[in-house]
Write a protein that binds this ligand. Structure first.
Ligand code: SAH
Length: 228
């Protein structure tokens, strides 16, 4: 786990007073939107979101909407990142988390500050490589990366105490459920594109699964296969 002690967060050094103030405003907005978990708020206060997108867009980095990250994909708005992370931590303090949809790596970085080990899978190779380099440059050393189709999960490190999916399938992928520990939770948006999608918390029980509706959301699709 990367400590939240600001002295020890490497990319915090050199961040300007102004950026800290902008992040503080973002955190105040998250609190007004109902985010309560102190560790989630503290981590979002610390991680430099503007470094996860092209410089041309960085002036919008802390605004409350999704932004393009190339290859037709988007970085989720701060509220959704906070909501999903909070749902995961309110369920338990997982040690190992699998993330499907690395994208630009912002959600990955937030998780890496909060749990011991993150495994993340991305289906677009160029995005996967770029983000791997970005997170290594930020000294996030508790992340393992895979380029592949996240529908299949990552069997080598299963079972996971928690799985988070940052793109929406039409229905919950069976293989992900299979790689979850009993008592563990899957945070996942489900639903067709251009219709209302539902953010679900799915808890694995001895005999099946409990589904809890968290929010209505809008995510890019969880696609089949990989892209070079
Ligand atoms: N959490 C990301 C969100 C990126 S958008 C961020 O903070 O940037 C969703 C990402 O999921 C995209 O990068 C997309 O390429 C990826 N994705 C879509 N289908 C996938 C699949 N089957 N396996 C792995 N990644 C997938």
């Amino acid at each position: 786990m990367v400590t939240n002690d600001r002295q020890q967060v490497p990319f915090q050094r050199g961040a300007s007073q102004a950026l800290q103030q902008i992040r503080e405003q973002m955190v105040e907005r998250l609190q007004a939107q109902g985010i309560r978990h102190p560790k989630v708020l503290d981590t979002m206060r610390t991680v430099p979101r503007h470094l996860f997108m092209d410089e041309a867009l960085s002036s919008h980095a802390y605004a409350d909407h999704a932004l393009p990250i190339g290859h037709g994909q988007t970085i989720s708005q701060p509220y959704i990142v906070a909501r999903m992370t909070e749902a995961l931590l309110n369920h338990s303090q997982p040690r190992k988390v699998l993330e499907i949809g690395t994208g630009c790596g912002y959600q990955t970085a937030i998780l890496a500050h909060l749990v011991e080990q993150v495994y993340t899978i991305e289906r677009i190779q160029k995005l996967a490589q770029k983000t791997h380099q970005r997170l290594e440059a930020l000294s996030l050393n508790n992340v393992e990366y895979a380029y592949g189709d996240g529908h299949l999960g990552w069997q080598a490190y299963a079972p996971y105490q928690a799985i988070i999916v940052t793109a929406a399938p039409d229905k919950i992928p069976e293989m992900l459920l299979g790689q979850l520990l009993v008592g563990g939770c899957l945070i996942i948006p489900v639903g067709e594109q251009r219709s209302v999608q539902t953010l679900l918390k799915v808890v694995k029980t001895c005999g099946g699964y409990d589904k809890i509706h968290l929010d209505n959301v809008s995510f890019v699709p969880l696609c089949e296969g990989t892209v070079d």
